[in-house]
Write a protein that binds this ligand. Structure first.
Ligand code: FES
Ligand code: FES
Length: 255
């Protein structure tokens, strides 16, 4: 005697006999009906042809960054820059490698030393930690843009006067941080109450391996207090053609 299938007689079960059983027929009709309903709901028939359903491709990404360089505009040291940069390019790389603005130094390249600092809309930022496209439309100032054309700024001259640099690798970043600090305090000569502790705080993100800190603080305080500092054309402190150091800048220039 054959074993009885659960839920029905052997004649009603699938595969119980040759050909199509009643249950199998109903199941197949059910599947075919569902498939037909799905096709009817997503496809259209046009001119007797079945038209493929519209496929959702997600948001329009045609204007998004890809691997290629994308246009970038900003102001660098007072001049308009119209360039291109890949999305992965840091501001530091763009400045030094593409725009030849080598006054901005690269030391750690990971936000630890402050050598790469620039002003972005007046705020000191580590350019190695910014993407180039982060400054789109902004005003970027490097150490080369601190002085007027051909002249050192009061702060730059104070660094010279106070021997606030040795190897000079930290100096451009120090000058940028000190500039930001002086701006916050009202500007050169307008921050007479500034203390050494405040200057040290302001320069906390700038490391100097040569240990020029006391001289840097003295230079910044002298500018904050508006002590007379000489401003000399940069040509006068450039190295001679043979690489020799120039005579020390004359005192008594314009304040
Ligand atoms: S090079 Fe950017 S913080 Fe050191
Ligand atoms: S002057 Fe050499 S690192 Fe500061």
């Amino acid at each position: 005697m054959g074993r009885r299938e659960r839920g029905g007689s052997p004649s009603e079960g699938e595969g119980a006999g040759e050909g199509l059983t009643r249950r199998g027929l109903f199941r197949r009709l059910g599947v075919a009906g569902t498939a037909a309903a799905l096709v009817n709901s997503s496809c259209k028939v046009q001119d007797g042809e079945l038209e493929a359903p519209a496929v959702d491709l997600g948001p329009d990404t045609s204007g998004a960054f890809g691997l290629d360089a994308a246009p970038l505009n900003f102001t660098l040291d007072g001049k308009a820059v119209d360039t291109k940069a890949e999305a992965r390019t840091t501001l530091l790389e763009l400045l030094r490698l593409d725009l030849d603005a080598t006054g901005t130094k690269v030391v750690c390249d990971r936000g630890a030393c402050g050598a790469c600092m620039v002003l972005v809309d007046g705020v000191a930022r580590n350019s190695c930690m910014l993407l180039a496209h982060d400054v789109a439309g902004a005003e970027v100032t490097t150490v080369a843009g601190l002085g007027a054309s051909g002249e050192l700024s009061a702060l730059q001259q104070a660094f010279v006067d106070h021997d606030a640099l040795q190897c000079g690798f930290c100096t451009s970043g120090m000058l940028i941080s000190a500039s930001a600090l002086l701006r916050k305090g009202g500007g050169p000569g307008k921050a007479a109450g500034m203390t050494a502790a405040q200057v040290e705080d302001g320069l906390a993100g700038n490391l100097c391996r040569c240990g020029t800190y006391p001289h840097v603080v003295a230079a910044v305080l002298s500018v904050a207090k508006g002590e007379r500092v000489d401003r000399v054309p940069t040509e006068r402190i450039a190295l001679g053609e043979d690489g020799s150091k120039p005579a020390r800048a004359q005192k008594g220039g314009a304040a």
